[in-house]
Design a protein around this ligand. Sequence first.
Ligand code: HEC
Ligand code: HEC
Length: 339
Amino acid sequence: MKRIKFILFSSFVLLICLLMLSFIKEQKNEPYIFPQVSHFPKMPLNPNNEVTMEGVTLGRYLFYDPIFSADSTISCSSCHSQQYAFSDSPNQFSKGIQQKTQQRNTLALFNLAWYPKLFWDGRVNSIEEQVFHPVRTESEMSNDWISITKKINRSTFYKKMFYKAFGNKEIDSVLISKAIAQFERTLISYDSKYDKVIRKEAKFTMEELEGLELINDFTKGACSHCHPTDAHGLGTTGEFSNNGLDEVIDPLNYTDFGLGKTTQNISDNGRFKIPSLRNLAFTAPYMHDGRFKTLEEVLDFYSGNIKKSVNIDSKMVFVHQGGAKLNKYEYKTWYNIRF
Ligand code: HEC
Ligand code: HEC
């Protein structure tokens, strides 16, 4: 009798174990559901880094964790702060490890999946690849991946989180960059007043409507050549351009070569990533070197201070007269439009 009971009990235990095992095997990650934005081009995905809820949660922890900097003082969020659309407003240049100053204005982080190239000079082709840069850069986080992976592997919290996101894979720099990139892919700017109007959930005021017309009017601002706001509602073409900030006759005289530094082609010197017109109210100062403190200064430039620059974009149609010659009422309508 005892023997039968024992056999029954052990087969019961075995059954439970088998059930649990099959459950673990079957355990699937929950896919992250992205918003469908009809006035954006289709969102490019990375087939090697499927975005899941577990991966995004992990990536968010890593983004805010100073574990990445050599002296554990700086995280990605030290320079990319959510309240400023993940820029470092109002600082012209961010300070990295040991207060070291960066060379260019910190870019805001949103709609990154759509950008074919990242950084002001386009030196990186994917979000996943980008993560490697600040970590290794001496003036930013100045760290090496061996010590980071060691630190992360010592943490039971992260071990659990990585297991949930990626299963039994070894935690290394590739997996870490994938997780951060998954979080970054979810930073999508698509719910401004402008978006609501496009979705027919709100209406522009008269002034806002005039502001939008100004941006699109090729005899006025002509901004939409480079900062489109129509079916391509990202506020940027994602291309690289020179908008005539400085008078430069010899292409070797640009103080920052920008895209030219990446391509080694002198006709790319002085060309920079065209930033989006979204979230501008949160991301001052402006331009790759943060030279303009306010949007009024930006408009002063486009209105009457455009310089002859050898590599200037042919789409800067008002360069012969120094700018689009906007009046103060047009300035006001432009401020009113919020992307
Ligand atoms: C010390 C400040 C600092 C830290 C820390 C920092 N960044 Fe940045 N980030 C910058 C600056 C400055 C730029 C622009 C540099 C350039 O274009 O040359 C930038 C650019 C970027 C871009 C490119 C955006 C675009 O539109 O092209 C991404 C993505 C990014 N950072 C993500 C991160 C992540 C992820 C981390 C953490 C691993 C991080 N950053 C840490 C200052 C920082
Ligand atoms: C030929 C392309 C082109 C046109 C046309 C153009 N821009 Fe730009 N815009 C750029 C480029 C390139 C930059 C970045 C330049 C740099 O930093 O070196 C820029 C930067 C900006 C910025 C700064 C954004 C930031 O985050 O730093 C604002 C604001 C802006 N443009 C508004 C406008 C307005 C308003 C108009 C129309 C009056 C306009 N642009 C027309 C190419 C253009």
